[in-house]
Design a protein around this ligand. Structure first.
Ligand code: LFR
Length: 466
């Protein structure tokens, strides 16, 4: 009998249930359920529909049983930084506001009135992103203090779903670090910082590391699904899970976790909270077994996803890549400018950026996509330079994992722009990393190194030479 482990991986644009099991030395996957996700507008806010998402979570879990493949354990990962607040009856307060919502505008200044930007970086090692939880909470404190006053629990999105499944509230470590309220030294909430900012310290739950068995399903959920299984925490931050699935057992790896965002970086055993690191806006996100993901957020395929959505036709990413590859437009934009975070129209914003910098203005999806892909590759090149400078190490290859690893044109451009070998795959890295954490906890894999070697053996990769 196979032992199945269920990863529920929900990204900003879609979610999926993937069952994994081991056959000899290899890991095998089966996709059980897939569903769309996206931000919607409600009460003038950009929000995630967490009720529908939870219904999808259960629907996928039901499908496992219908196929006779009841998992021994399940774990959920999602994007980072977003959260919900629960009141004393454990009812949700307000919307699950999405990080691209404009509520954090100006909240950086409010935070820096209390603690300087430099001191904050030194203390947390987390890069400034205007959407970090710390700024979202400041917006609540300033504009909706009644919500904070009523709150008894703060749960990050995956913690919330795990809570609905088990009735146990916790704060999974890798995702908690993205709040910018965790100390990379003590690896727990920086209570002094939290108090200083005037956030209610009692709403922050006990931090637990990936691999923790959170519990079994509540009786109510068991009745609904017709079975019980254990909930085991993976790295609930999707990027944390994706980086676990980099197919290499080596120590110094350079990766891009490519999806809605391109997260480019390496792993460190100790956080680098130096001024130089801050200057480059590099971050030290908490990872599996207390490794740090030392990386930079690059705007990524969100830019392509957005222009694709705007043209409103059914054009697949393969076609967009092919059309872009036939263009010769040389204009480049700085993908990391805040203007691309949530523009009214991405295609228009790319045009404006080209116009503002006196370059050729792209026309049509083909040229717009060409500008975006080339700009991303350029940004990767710059970022490698920064990381090599700071770590003093040299990386001769780039591992691209996640959904974006199938953007062949971008992979080829990346190899060329960076003059490095690109190794692309696995595409389902996030779900694979999630499953790996469960398999390690379940004793089917020894540790992360063995998991990565198993992943290397199990999934196809594509190699691009410069
Ligand atoms: C990727 C990701 C990034 C995080 C961004 C916002 O899906 O989790 O790591 O910076 O989304 O949460």
């Amino acid at each position: 009998m196979n032992q199945y482990y269920l990863a529920i991986d929900i990204g900003a644009s879609s979610g999926r249930h993937i069952l994994g099991h081991k056959e000899g030395e290899r890991m095998l996957l089966e996709e059980i359920h897939r569903f769309p996700n996206g931000m919607t507008e409600k009460d003038g806010e950009l929000i995630w529909d967490v009720d529908s998402l939870f219904a999808e979570i259960k629907a996928g879990m039901e499908k496992c049983a219908a196929q006779g493949k009841i998992p021994v354990s399940v774990g959920i990962d999602t994007w980072a930084v977003d959260f919900v607040l629960l009141d004393e009856e454990n009812k949700r307060i307000g919307n699950a506001v999405a990080y691209r919502d404009g509520r954090t505008k100006g909240m950086d200044e409010e935070v820096y009135r209390i603690i300087s930007e430099k001191a904050l970086y030194k203390r947390t090692g987390i890069q400034k992103q205007i959407f970090n939880t710390i700024y979202q909470l400041m917006s609540l404190k300033k504009r909706q203090p009644q919500q904070l006053a009523k709150a008894r629990k703060l749960l990050m999105i995956p913690d919330y779903f795990h809570y609905l499944l088990t009735g146990t509230a916790s704060a999974e470590y890798t995702n908690a670090t993205t709040t910018q309220l965790v100390s990379p030294k003590t690896k727990t909430w920086d209570i002094e910082l939290i108090k200083k900012l005037g956030y209610p310290e009692e709403i922050f739950q006990k931090i637990r590391t990936p691999g923790t068995v959170l519990g079994s399903l509540t009786e109510e959920i068991q009745k609904e699904l017709g079975y019980d299984c254990r909930v085991i925490l993976p790295a609930t931050h999707d990027t944390g899970s994706a980086v676990m699935a980099v197919p290499s057992g080596k120590k110094d790896i350079l990766y891009i976790s490519s999806g809605t965002w391109s997260l480019m970086g390496t792993e460190l055993m100790h956080a680098d909270c130096s001024e130089e690191s801050e200057l480059h806006n590099l971050t030290n996100e908490g990872g599996y077994s207390f490794r740090f993901r030392y990386l930079k957020n690059i705007m990524g395929l969100w830019m392509i996803q957005s222009v694709k959505k705007e043209i409103g036709q059914d054009m697949d990413y393969g076609t967009i890549c092919r059309l872009a590859s036939e263009e010769t437009i040389a204009s480049l934009v700085d993908c990391n400018e805040e203007r691309f975070l949530a523009p009214a129209s991405m295609a228009a914003e790319v045009k404006y950026a080209c116009r503002d910098s006196g370059q050729e203005i792209p026309e049509g999806i083909e040229q717009t996509a060409a500008v975006i892909y080339n700009s991303l590759a350029k940004c990767y090149e710059r970022t490698i330079g920064e990381i090599e400078e700071i770590t003093g190490k040299q990386y001769d290859r780039i591992y691209i994992v996640g959904g974006g690893a199938n953007a062949e044109y971008l992979n080829a451009l990346t190899a060329k722009a960076t003059n490095r070998t690109v190794i692309a795959g696995p595409i389902e890295a996030t779900a694979i990393g999630n499953i790996a954490a469960q398999m390690i906890a379940g004793g089917e894999l020894r540790d992360l190194k063995e998991a990565r070697e198993c992943i290397y053996r199990s999934f196809p990769i594509e190699v691009y030479e410069p």
